[in-house]
Design a protein. Structure first.
Length: 265
């Protein structure tokens, strides 16, 4: 296991803000566009049959790493390693540091994009702190710290180079089609699926949107521009406790599981 990074310093409340959920779909699709990651997920993930369990596990990983103690991060890492054990074939291996780098990169890019949408451009110190800390998404597992690009400029080079090599495998396309259709999402959440699909399409790089065969019309663009104008204002009008409630609930669930001797993921 790689060395765990320290808890974030000047990031303020950003890791607790619930706007991070808006980027969940886009982050997943960016990960799946990497052929090795996509095939590993499509052939082993229970996302289609247990979507809420997989969302809980993903958010537990993110919140434990950004807001948890070192002991909690280690417990969550052990859970991920157990889950990753069977995910290997002649085309992919969930313990591959390069694949973990890509997953970490998508989590960083998604979080940084949403932070800028909701906060505006971050001060240089805060943006740099967010970037440095994001390495923990990979170094908590098997990715060595040296694999994380040295700075944000180097990250952009890595990001663009990797985007140019991505391709959507047919097996992955079928998985994504089922995923965007809702899979086994409970009936009481299905009403939110059109909104989630919209944010997924909006936050994907245009090339990946096309690769997945997802439309983006002039009407979509106008809707997105309206959201950018009014969505953050509405969000910041919400009380702080409500904005931070999802993080609090996920962390509480994780801690109850650990206290009961159950796996956190």
């Amino acid at each position: 296991m790689g060395r765990l990074a320290p808890a974030p310093g000047p990031l303020g409340d950003i890791p607790r803000e619930s706007f991070i959920f808006l980027g969940a779909g886009a982050a997943v699709l960016m990960q799946l566009a990497h052929p090795a990651v996509g095939l590993g997920v499509a052939e082993h993930s229970a996302t289609l049959t247990r979507p809420l369990d997989r969302l809980r596990a993903t958010m537990t990983y993110i919140y434990a790493l950004t807001l948890g103690t070192e002991a909690e991060r280690r417990a969550v890492a052990q859970g991920v390693n157990r889950a990753h054990g069977p995910v290997r074939s002649d085309r992919y291996d969930a313990f591959d540091p390069e694949l973990q780098l890509w997953v970490a990169a998508t989590l960083y890019r998604g979080g940084a994009t949403l932070a800028e949408i909701f906060h505006g451009p971050l001060p240089a110190e805060e943006a740099e702190a967010m970037y440095r800390h994001a390495a923990i998404y990979g170094t908590t597992l098997q990715m060595p710290a040296s694999l994380w690009p040295a700075d944000r400029a180097a990250f952009e080079v890595y990001w663009e180079r990797t985007l140019a090599r991505l391709q959507v495998e047919p097996t992955v396309q079928r998985f994504v089609d089922a995923l965007l259709d809702g899979g086994a999402v409970p009936w009481w959440l299905r009403g939110l699926m059109p909104l989630q699909r919209f944010f997924t399409r909006a936050l994907l790089p245009p090339a990946l949107r096309s690769a997945f065969g997802l439309p983006w019309t002039a009407r979509d663009q106008r809707r997105w521009e309206r959201f950018l104008r009014f969505g953050p204002r509405f969000y910041w009008s919400l009380p702080r406790w409500l904005r931070h409630l999802p993080a609090a609930l996920v962390l509480r669930d994780m801690r109850r599981r650990l206290a009961a001797g159950r796996r956190p993921i």
